[in-house]
Design a protein around this ligand. Structure first.
Ligand SMILES: [Zn+2]
Length: 284
C-alpha cells in the first residue's frame, strides 16, 4: 500500500436503489509499507474481519451500496473516534483533542492499536506525530467521508436511510474482552441500547436470524461503536445498526481460511439482506 493506494472501495448499487447502505470497516488486508509493526503478521491478521466484504457483496445486486476499507483496522480503526488516542504511543505532543475510551485504556484497542488481544504489543517503538496524522488523513478521514456521503445521498433520495455496519467476532471472548473468556453467540445486533435505530429494525434482524435457528443477542456484549454512533439519528430517519457474525460459522480463526460453513453463511446473509432491504423499501 503506497500513498496512491485508495483507502476504500465502494460496490455501487445496481438496479432500483434501496434506502440501505452497508459498510465493512475491518475487512481490509492491504498492509501499508510504513506500518512498521513488530508483532508477527499472521497474528496481526487475526484482527481482520476477514471475508466480510465478500460475504456482503451481493447486496449491490439487491440495490444497496457496500463500502469497504482496504487498509487493515490494526493500522487505524475507522470504528473509533479520531480523539480515541493513547498519546503515550506517540513521540511528541499530540496537538488535537484526546478522549481515550475504555477500549483504548484497558485493551490497547483505540484509534491506533497498542495491543493485540493476548498477543502483546504491536510496536517496539513510539509512533511519530507525522505518521499518526498520515493514517488519519489517508485512511480514517476518507473512509468516514465516503460513508457520510453514501448515507446522506441515500437519505436525500428516499427521506430515510438504513445503515448496516458489518463485522465478525472471535468465537470466544478472552480475559480482556467485555464478556470474558466465554463462547459468543452466533450473531450480535448492536444499536447502542436502542439509540441508533428504530426498535423495529433491530427486531427485524434479530427475529429473522432467530427464526433460522441462530443464537442472537442484542447489545451484549457489543453495542456498536463509532460508525453507528456517528451517523445515526433515528428521529431524522437515519438508522444504523451493527451486526457481528461469529467467525467460527465460516472461517478458521488462525489461518483465516474459509471453512465448509462459508457457503451456508453466504446463503444465510443473502436471505437476511433480502429481508433488510424489503423492510426498508416498504418504509419509503
Ligand atoms: Zn469489526
Amino acid at each position: 500500500m503506497s500513498d496512491m493506494t485508495p483507502a476504500f472501495r465502494i460496490l455501487a448499487a445496481k438496479g432500483n436503489p434501496a434506502p440501505v447502505v452497508y459498510d465493512s470497516p475491518h475487512s481490509g488486508s492491504i498492509y501499508p509499507d510504513d506500518f512498521d509493526h513488530c508483532i508477527d503478521r499472521m497474528l496481526l491478521r487475526q484482527a481482520e474481519d476477514a471475508h466480510i466484504e465478500e460475504l456482503f457483496a451481493p447486496v449491490a445486486d439487491l440495490g444497496a451500496p457496500l463500502l469497504h476499507a482496504l487498509f487493515p483496522r490494526s493500522y487505524i480503526d475507522p470504528n473509533r473516534a479520531e480523539t480515541d488516542l493513547d498519546v503515550t504511543m506517540i513521540d511528541g505532543d499530540w496537538p488535537g483533542p484526546v478522549e481515550p475510551s475504555s477500549k483504548t485504556v484497558e485493551r490497547g484497542a483505540g484509534l491506533i492499536w497498542r495491543l493485540m488481544r493476548g498477543d502483546g504489543a504491536l510496536y517496539d517503538r513510539r509512533l511519530t506525530l507525522a505518521e499518526v496524522h498520515h493514517r488519519i488523513k489517508t485512511c480514517w478521514q476518507p473512509y468516514h467521508d465516503a460513508l457520510a456521503t453514501l448515507i446522506d445521498d441515500t437519505h436525500a433520495r428516499h427521506g430515510v436511510s438504513y445503515h448496516v455496519d458489518c463485522h465478525s467476532m472471535p468465537a470466544m471472548g478472552d480475559a480482556n474482552s467485555e464478556d470474558g473468556p466465554v463462547p459468543r453467540p452466533d450473531f450480535i445486533v448492536g444499536d447502542r441500547d436502542g439509540t441508533t435505530c428504530e426498535p423495529a429494525f433491530t427486531a427485524l434482524i434479530t427475529d429473522h436470524l432467530r427464526a433460522e435457528g441462530f443464537h442472537v443477542t442484542i447489545n451484549d456484549p457489543y453495542k456498536g461503536v463509532e460508525l453507528v454512533r456517528r451517523y445515526a439519528d433515528p428521529m431524522a430517519g437515519r438508522h444504523s445498526v451493527q451486526l457481528e457474525i461469529n467467525r467460527r460459522l465460516f472461517m478458521d480463526e488462525e489461518t483465516l481460511s474459509k471453512t465448509s460453513g462459508y457457503l451456508e453463511m453466504e446463503a444465510v446473509l443473502l436471505r437476511l439482506n433480502r429481508a433488510i432491504i424489503a423492510y426498508a423499501r416498504a418504509i419509503v
